[in-house]
Design a protein around this ligand. Structure first.
Ligand code: OGA
Ligand code: NI
Length: 339
């Protein structure tokens, strides 16, 4: 419990075990927030601009693996409420956080710090994380935190709205790729995991990382980053910042969507940097296949000129290999590549 970075007070220098090696640390130069990561207006789903908008989603997923959505249908009040609630959660006194804290990675709802592998990792990440499943709600809600008292109410409503948004985005992708309607509707999107990161101000942001370079192992990720900068994407050998836009939601492609699209979409590598002054909280929703799902490039995308570039596998096996390789992109995908 003592290790939670949100519970430290008066940290004036960065402890040694948070200093990343030279080639992995952010350094003094802060990557500028990038104005070219597409911002897509989801309202265009209804009306004459639908096909255009779907094309924008496809292009963004191909080129960046990232885009932001506006007019997405998740209410602004609910987004504000959810963000406020999680800030309150991480500001709670240690006794309250202790009831959710656990070092056991098999626990479905837990608060912990750095990674699932705190005891063995070389360098710790400057973040605390709260994780729990959300779907179907009735199955999980009784395991969620009980404090702040509004927790289950607010997060329950947020989870349902984000699920609805995720399914709408997946359906647009489905249509754009020419897959049969509902392709992602059942097993491939069955799991919904909420993962809330809290990055307190860091005494030496140039040496530390909130989250090191990784790609997400799931299907698609839906992220609220609030107004504080910190998310960076690795594109063409360079880090670019994802601009915080009030009320926009960040969407990124996970490994499973890269594989199902037969490499058309990119599961881009990204990381979270810290800063000296402002605490940063991000509310991340991972949509994933069920563990027993078979994942493979979609048939509709394959023909004699477009052979599959990945083999089929069971999602659970993919995750085991991903975790064993600490999320390194190459190692995570290697066993499934067809040369
Ligand atoms: C993640 C992630 C980025 C952020 O949780 O997988 O990449 O800005 N988060 O918190
Ligand atoms: Ni991520």
């Amino acid at each position: 419990m003592l290790e939670l970075v949100s519970s430290w007070s008066n940290v004036h220098s960065l402890p040694e075990d948070y200093v990343f090696p030279t080639d992995k640390r952010p350094g003094e130069v802060i990557a500028p927030a990038c104005k070219t990561i597409p911002v897509i207006n989801l309202q265009d789903a209804i009306g004459n601009n639908r096909n255009d908008m779907i094309q924008q989603i496809l292009n963004a997923s191909q080129e960046y693996g990232f885009f932001q959505v506006i007019n997405h249908g998740v209410s602004e009040t609910l987004m504000d409420d959810t963000m406020k609630l999680f800030k309150e959660f991480f500001d709670m006194p240690d006794e309250d956080k202790a009831s959710v804290y656990s070092e056991d990675p098999s626990k479905s709802c837990r608060l912990y710090t750095s990674s699932y592998n705190y005891a063995n990792e070389k360098v710790h990440f400057w973040r605390d994380n709260l994780k729990h499943p959300c779907h179907p709600l009735e199955e999980w809600v009784h395991l969620w935190p009980e404090r702040p008292i509004r927790y289950r109410d607010v997060v329950g409503t947020y989870s349902l709205e984000v699920r609805d948004l995720s399914m709408r985005i997946l359906e647009l992708i489905c249509e754009g790729l020419g897959l049969q309607p509902g392709y992602f509707g059942d097993e491939l999107s069955e799991q919904q995991l909420l993962s809330v990161n809290h990055y307190p101000p860091c005494p030496e942001p140039s040496l530390a990382l909130g989250l090191p370079k990784h790609s997400d192992p799931n299907l698609i990720t839906i992220l609220l980053q609030g107004d504080v900068y910190g998310l960076q994407v690795f594109k063409d050998g360079q880090w670019i910042g994802v601009e915080p836009i009030t009320n926009a939601i960040v969407v990124n492609i996970g490994h499973q969507l890269q594989i199902i699209s037969n490499g058309k979409f990119k599961s881009a590598e990204h990381r979270a940097v810290t800063n000296l002054r402002d605490p940063r909280t991000t509310v991340v929703t991972f949509i994933s296949p069920s563990y027993k799902s078979v994942v493979q490039p979609a048939d509709a995308l394959l023909d004699e000129f477009n052979p599959p570039i990945y083999t089929s596998f069971i999602f659970k096996d993919f995750l085991i290999n991903y975790t064993a390789n600490d999320g390194y992109t190459e190692a995570a995908l290697e066993p499934y590549k067809i040369l």
